[in-house]
Ligand binder design. Structure first.
Ligand SMILES: [Zn+2]
Length: 247
């Protein structure tokens, strides 16, 4: 046999399958416990010694698993070398922030385009699926925005309330991933909105637009909700650009 079978020749490009890393399997099991709520935000993880016995592995694998979960923002260090399950564990949030820092070509326009893609459809779904509690959450955030529009205006308070409104719309879709995505976007967006707050009439317009959105959602008008969101986001994006130029 001078010539090997073609499939054997191509087999040389395959690599032997490596046994899954022990620490990755431990991390996966801990994530499973958090996902199923057997471990809840704020719960202290068992001490290293106990985890070593539970998983029947060495200390270094446990430490590696904990380091990985910490860097992903799933757990946070607590007193005495212990770890607790992070509050709102949203790895998407830290990843999006990291992506923004690493990818210099991803700019504000990309962020607003992502918002348009996600939030216009979210507004339409919110119109169809909202509960009374969602409308109450939207009202509370709009009231707080209006309240912080005093002459001695509080920009931080206004921006937090503005972002809470958008999260309330995302929550009203009932889609957990839409909600998590908006939470992640909120973090990157916070800085841009600070420039907008100081533009004349910009925060006032946001209050009016949020009221229009809220009423479209409350009356179950999906296409109007989608359109109100589109106009709102376009106006805010153009204000962000003005804010950057003037600021
Ligand atoms: Zn808004």
């Amino acid at each position: 046999m001078s010539d090997s079978h073609p499939s054997m020749r191509s087999a040389t490009s395959y690599q032997p399958v490596e046994r899954r890393k022990v620490y990755a399997q431990i991390a996966e099991q801990l994530i499973g416990q958090i996902g199923s709520r057997r471990l809840k935000p704020g719960d202290v993880l068992p001490p290293e010694r106990e985890l070593t016995q539970t998983f029947q592995v060495g200390r270094s694998s446990i430490r590696e698993a904990l380091r990985m979960l910490e860097s992903q923002g799933v757990i946070a260090p607590a007193n005495g070398g212990a770890f607790v399950v992070a509050g709102a564990a949203n790895p998407l949030e830290s990843s999006l922030r990291l992506l923004f820092a690493l990818d210099e070509e991803a700019g504000m326009h990309d962020l607003f385009e992502l918002r348009r893609i996600v939030e216009c459809e979210a507004a339409a779904l919110a119109a169809e699926r909202h509960a009374e509690a969602d409308l109450a959450a939207m009202d509370a955030s709009i009231d707080e925005m209006a309240d912080s529009l005093t002459p001695s205006g509080d920009a931080d308070r206004f921006i937090e309330a503005d972002l809470r409104f958008h999260l309330a719309v995302a929550a009203a879709t009932g889609n957990r991933l839409v909600f998590h995505t908006m939470q992640a976007v909120r973090d990157v967006l916070r800085r841009a909105l600070t420039t907008v707050y100081h533009l004349p009439q910009s925060p006032e317009s946001a209050v009016v637009e949020h009221r229009g959105l809220r009423s479209a959602i409350a009356t179950g008008d999906a296409s109007r909700a989608r359109e109100e969101m589109r106009l709102h986001l376009a106006r805010v994006e153009s204000d962000v650009q003005k804010g950057v130029l003037h600021g």
